[in-house]
Design a protein around this ligand. Structure first.
Ligand code: NAP
Length: 353
């Protein structure tokens, strides 16, 4: 293990009464989901360890900014969080960490999460999305606490990229097309293997697209939101997009991390679809985003054939019936609320620049 950043926030005030004395590890804590999950667990009284590959990166500073802002707003200070710089492709570093800390829950959210990038960098994608999972599962299996550590893997709806079945559910046959989906499916199957062969509490959340004001603009939704805000502020004239005929099942990241947590509170390890169950088009997204600033998307959006993806599955929509029935989880934030909050936050960010 390399240096432990040990950015520790001590609790100044007494926390809420529903404190649970649990310790969790979140890999990819600087990402969109990592930051929401971190807040959720701190709110529940967890001690949180977070991994990042980079000690000085912008992801880390933005996570710290979010936590500090939230702490002030919510009138509490996170009980304790420690951030560690870890090379998650090093078996020694991963094993040393897992064997050292007494963890109750491990959430593996780190990953190379861009489908487009995966076509240009399939090997790096496979390393990030599969090899790390293998190292984590093996380190847990060989630890003294192998039977008590619960493991969550961020799987993806992209494993159904070529599926003809709509909506998809936990029994739908996987049909990946992109290197991203292939790497995630390999990890997904490994998680099941460790559960079945070694009796570990390891499970996959099959995540459909989810967004938030923390989504970077390397993703199409982040790009749209940024463009809408800049157009509204007179800093940009048009928005060029590739395929706008895609449809997705889009939820809010803050809701989805509650499903992840719920899965690790379940009595038995089980895989679940995490989705809204509603298919919306990119045109719907554009319509709401531009409407939030009083504009019509058709006046600003142009389609550029050159920026189409090699593979763009036309529709992915999940059936969340199982998680609703067994864990009583449902996506609470509407599509409209989510997009409006993304646009408003971006407007504020740009004004503050
Ligand atoms: P994200 O914002 O891209 O964050 C992922 C984090 O993983 C990054 O902050 C980064 O942290 C780390 N990371 C990035 N590239 C990496 C690489 N090559 N190797 C190792 N670590 C890397 O992703 P997210 O939206 O929070 O999603 C969380 C997880 O859910 C990901 O595994 C993603 O594939 C999966 N997922 C997301 C969605 C979605 O719609 N958001 C849908 C399905 C599945 P550091 O730079 O600090 O190390």
């Amino acid at each position: 293990m390399r240096s432990s950043l040990c950015q520790t926030f001590k609790n100044n005030e007494s926390l809420q009464s529903n404190i649970v004395a649990k310790t969790a590890l979140i890999t990819g804590i600087t990402g969109q989901d990592g930051s929401y999950l971190c807040e959720l667990l701190l709110n529940k009284g967890y001690d949180v360890h977070g991994w990042t590959r980079d000690s000085k990166g912008s992801g880390l500073s933005s996570l710290l900014r979010i936590l500090k802002r939230k702490s002030r707003a919510a009138r509490f200070v996170p009980s304790q969080i420690q951030l560690h710089q870890i090379d998650n492709l090093s078996s020694q570093e991963v094993e040393k960490f897992i064997h050292k800390y007494e963890l109750d829950e491990v959430y593996n959210l780190a990953g190379q999460s861009s489908v487009a990038w995966s076509f240009e960098h399939p090997r790096e994608t496979f390393d990030a999305n599969f090899s790390t999972v293998q190292l984590l599962l093996e380190a847990i299996r060989t630890s003294n606490a192998s039977s008590s550590i619960k493991f969550f893997q961020a799987s993806t709806a992209a494993i159904f990229e070529a599926s003809k079945e709509t909506p998809q559910n936990e029994k739908t046959i996987a049909s990946p097309l992109s290197p991203y989906a292939l790497s995630k499916l390999a990890a997904h199957n490994l998680v099941i293997k460790y559960r079945e062969d070694f009796g570990m509490f390891s499970c996959n959340g099959i995540l459909y697209n989810h967004e938030s004001p923390r989504r970077p603009n390397s993703f199409v939704t982040g790009k749209i939101v940024e463009a809408v805000a800049r157009i509204a502020l007179g800093q940009q004239c048009e928005l060029q997009l590739g395929n706008i005929d895609v449809a997705r099942d889009w939820g809010f990241a803050g809701d989805y991390v509650k499903a992840m947590w719920g899965m690790l509170q379940n009595d038995t390890p089980e895989d679940f679809i995490i989705a809204t169950g509603q298919l919306r088009t990119l045109e719907d997204f554009l319509n709401i985003a531009f409407r939030t600033v009083g504009l019509d998307w058709q006046d600003y959006v142009t389609v550029d054939e050159n920026i189409k993806r090699p593979v763009d599955p036309p529709q992915l929509v999940g059936d969340p019936a199982l998680i609703r029935k067994k864990l009583h989880w449902r996506s609470m934030t509407t599509f409209e609320e989510m997009i409006e909050s993304m646009v408003k936050q971006k407007l504020n960010d740009i004004r503050r620049e």
